[in-house]
Design a protein around this ligand. Structure first.
Ligand code: URP
Ligand code: ZN
Ligand code: ZN
Length: 589
């Protein structure tokens, strides 16, 4: 790269590639350190680009010092020795925030193959500068210990910033107290509850309610994996009995309505206790419709489709090649309907869905093969962290469904707002972290497992030609991707605490509670006759004023349990209509 001097500023000529085929990752990439590390690296000018935020675009330069954006505008005064990235013809956008990853997750007897190093390096390659992963305790395990375990895995390895959500896989008062401790002392503001994975992580409705109440109490966001685990268990047994053991059984065991039912139930439960809700990995039209409709009814609910559900579909489960079909197994499954990705993108466009994650949880073929004779044993999960930005650009912006501002909103800003790290993240503005992607909207590349940075040996977007490439990625003010090459350093990323009571989530909760509070009706007390119950709660005697005088009433005789026959459940005496209210009576007919 040429460097020339212009008024004391070091500038670089950038040749914008129109087509980039990435080279395969080299082992030495792992410890490759930016050779310009030092003072020059601390001062950076992104020159001549178009700055895109979620609410505006402007032609402006961006000056960065010590990892923070210091100036945005034109004709900026910058110190000598500042490194310049020439961004003419490029969009300068906030780095992506992937709201949903599972690096090195211990799951279904194995570990996700992309760990916090390969996973975050791949994230950077695609223009994502922050991930949000999940610390998931086993049933009965301390949430705080799980959190520390994830920190110990992630801290030394991450190449980009990260935050954690914490799973709630069981319930007791201690779990509630730990949620509070995590929120107050460890920077956690979101907890994921599972409505699937029966016998391991699944919570029943009672425990969901308890955890939702606690989330509200501590100002955290309740997240749900919305699938009905009981139905899945039932369907799975039937399918295996029928001899359906291949990956298609995964999709058949958990059809769309199984996701929609759980999504609806989660919304109802959360709304009943006034807790804001975030539905992770929205995979189907009907689940997305539930989120949209509930929002229309005033619920505080957010929905997160993922790169997989926006970029591909579940017809792959019916592929003749077992490896290919199994590579797409994830829960909830992709839907075998090519309209679903477009539909979900339309809902992102109109604001009914807000964020995009990936659920990046990768297993190579030999790991997927644990389920070669039984689809229930195929480790669930797919890739996405590297390609999310390009896939959304292609399916969203190139298709004309969203503009670049909305692209920034759904890939970065909305997540920053919901998880309460805005405008530190998710915005190009003075004072924000210098996590920036210099995006070439015209260049194209073809996605392939042969050239991707991820460790997994399969890519669910294989062969997809996408416009939009992260030519430069700046993380903490350091250039970590340059012309498609990643120069990431493990441990360079930081844990980002997410404070509770996000105004974007909780801003209207208090007023809403007051406005919706049940109101007692002031009225004169009832002073008429009251029936008497015997000690089994059954009607024993009624006051003389309402004893029927018409003996024909008893022509059917009393019921076995001694109450009135419900066929005669209402009758008119002295101008009064008396109806049985005791439910036990109604069970006696
Ligand atoms: O298939 C998936 N989604 N694997 C990761 C675990 C989860 O439910 O998010
Ligand atoms: Zn999940
Ligand atoms: Zn997940």
């Amino acid at each position: 790269m040429d460097a020339s001097s212009d008024e004391g500023v070091v500038t670089e000529e950038v040749v914008v590639p129109q087509r980039v085929e990435r080279r395969a990752a080299e082992p030495w990439d792992a410890q490759s350190v930016d050779s310009t590390d030092g003072s020059a690296q601390n001062r950076l000018l992104i020159k001549g680009g178009r700055v895109v935020n979620d609410d505006m675009m402007q032609d402006a330069d961006v000056y960065i010092e010590d990892g923070i954006i210091k100036q945005v505008g034109t004709n900026l005064h910058t110190p000598g020795g500042t490194r310049v990235v020439e961004a003419k013809g490029h969009l300068v956008m906030p780095g992506g925030i992937d709201t949903h990853t599972h690096m090195q997750l211990p799951f279904m007897g194995t570990f996700a193959v992309d760990d916090f190093y390969t996973g975050t390096r791949a994230a950077l390659a695609g223009g994502t500068t922050m991930i949000m992963d999940f610390a998931i305790p086993q049933k009965g395990e301390s949430l705080v210990e799980a959190y520390h375990r994830w920190r110990s895995w992630a801290d030394p390895k991450v190449c980009c910033d990260y935050a954690l959500h914490v799973g709630v896989t069981w319930w007791c008062d201690k779990v509630g107290k730990e949620m509070e401790e995590l929120t107050e002392e460890h920077g956690i503001n979101s907890f994921k509850m599972f409505m699937a994975y029966k016998d391991t992580w699944q919570l029943d409705d009672h425990d969901l309610l308890e955890s939702f109440k606690q989330c509200k109490e501590i100002g955290a966001l309740a997240q749900v994996h919305a699938e009905n685990g009981d139905i899945i268990k039932e369907n799975t047994a039937k399918l295996l009995d029928m001899g359906i053991t291949g990956p298609e059984g995964h999709e058949l065991s958990r059809p769309e309505e199984v996701e929609a039912e759980a999504t609806n139930r989660a919304c109802v439960l959360a709304n009943q206790v006034g807790c804001p809700l975030y539905v992770v990995h929205v995979m189907s039209k009907s689940a997305a419709d539930v989120v949209s409709n509930k929002r229309r009814q005033g619920h505080i609910v957010f929905g997160e489709p993922i790169a997989a559900s926006l970029g591909t579909d579940g017809t792959h489960y019916y592929h003749k090649c077992w490896r290919h079909a199994a590579a797409h197994v994830m829960g909830p499954p992709l839907r075998p309907d090519c309209e679903t990705p477009k539909y979900l993108m339309d809902l992102l466009a109109n604001g009914d869905l807000q964020t995009t994650g990936t659920d990046n949880c990768t297993f190579s073929a030999s790991q997927k093969a644990l389920g070669k004779d039984d689809f229930t044993k195929i480790p669930n999960g797919v890739n996405g962290v590297e390609d999310r930005m390009s896939v959304i650009w292609e399916k969203g912006v190139v298709s004309g469904k969203i503009d670049p501002c909305k692209f920034v909103a759904v890939t970065s800003t909305n997540a920053a707002k919901i998880f309460n790290i805005y405008p530190k993240k998710g915005r190009i503005a003075v004072g924000s972290d210098a996590d920036i992607v210099v995006w070439n909207p015209h260049a194209t590349r073809t996605i392939s497992a042969k050239t991707h940075y991820q460790a997994v040996d399969f890519n669910i977007f294989e062969g997809m030609e996408v416009h939009g490439i992260a030519d430069y990625v700046i993380c903490h003010g350091r250039v970590v991707v340059e012309e498609g090459n990643v120069r990431a350093v493990s441990g360079m990323g930081k844990f980002v605490p997410t404070p509770s009571h996000s105004p974007y989530v909780y801003g209207r909760v208090q007023e809403r509670d007051i406005a919706n509070a049940p109101k007692k009706v002031d009225r004169a007390p009832y002073d008429g006759p009251v029936i008497q119950l015997n000690n089994q709660g059954l009607t024993q005697a009624v006051e003389s004023s309402i004893i029927p005088t018409n003996q024909e009433f008893y022509t059917r005789g009393p019921t076995r349990c001694g109450g009135l026959n419900l066929h005669d459940s209402s009758f008119h005496v002295s101008g009064q209509l008396v109806a049985l209210t005791n439910t036990q009576n109604s069970h006696c007919i």
